[in-house]
Design a binder for this molecule. Sequence first.
Ligand code: GTQ
Ligand code: FE2
Length: 346
Amino acid sequence: MVLHVTQSVEALEQYCATLRAAGLDAPWSRPGPLIEPKKTRVEPRLWRWAEIEPLLRRSAEFVTPERGAERRILRLANPGVPERTSTHTLSVAVQYLLPGEVAPAHRHTPNAIRFMMHGRGAYTTVDGDKCLMAPGDLVLTPSMTWHDHGNEGTEPVIWLDGLDSPIVRYLEALSGEPHAMDRQSTGYLAGLSERRFGVAGLRPTWVPPGTGPARLIHYRWEPTHAALLRLAELEPSPFDDVMMEYIDPATGRSVLPTMGCYIQMIRPGVRTRAHRQTSSAVYAVLQGSGTSVIDGVRYEWQQGDFFVVPPRALHAHANDDADPAILFSLQDVPLLTALGLYREEG
Ligand code: GTQ
Ligand code: FE2
């Protein structure tokens, strides 16, 4: 459609002022496309464990039980995201819990995951199911499930938190509440979700309602690592090398509706081909070292480091070391897929 200007500039300005007062807007009165484009504010970034760890340990001087902070966390804050989350959709933090401490029970609408990194003896109780978290374990706290953490070991523990809180906040659906008790009672057998759903390919035909999680919430490191090693003997992906997604074994779907969890091995000597996706990702380096080139910038990572791949950023990984590199990642792929917006190009 060609717009013919038959009126003076002053007449148009006056017309637009009247529109504004009427709560109306004429996008054609300004240059540019009808739907305003938006460049991503998410920046690629690397966080080094050597820098994070001492700061996390020092946070115990400021966050004490007496001061009543609910969770002792340091968030991976993306410098480009005004809300100080890790990407526009994902909020990732490291959490530190000293021996004997309890992070009191609460629940909230954001979905969350925990990935255990350092130390033994910590648990998360999810809707009454106490999950002892060994390094490499993944524990889910889906939306509105009660969860409290505790450290029953003799050393401090550190794990990774991943939440979809930026999405829930954008949708103005944030809510939550504390539990009446700091610790949930664990009336059931420990490891209830694993007993019910822990064997892929089988699921119970009946789960009594209101008796703990009605799905698998605890994914252990040993079977995950073993599966990754078995897959490494077969056909790798040119873009991701050896990569598996954690799924809900009872449904085959992503672990959470908004966020997917992935385990990945870049084998020694492998250089992946570059690709880009409409999704964003936060990677944690579990083992080994390597290099990722993200939108033309090289990031060299080692065990314990974290890095972010923004949406649509071209990225490739390389491992020039003699040992395999293992990466855990949290990605918003399920959300984009559900909305029909997931795209990938090589
Ligand atoms: O441990 O329940 O990093 O509620 C942010 C919000 C952790 C938690 C976070 C939370 C938690
Ligand atoms: Fe929480």
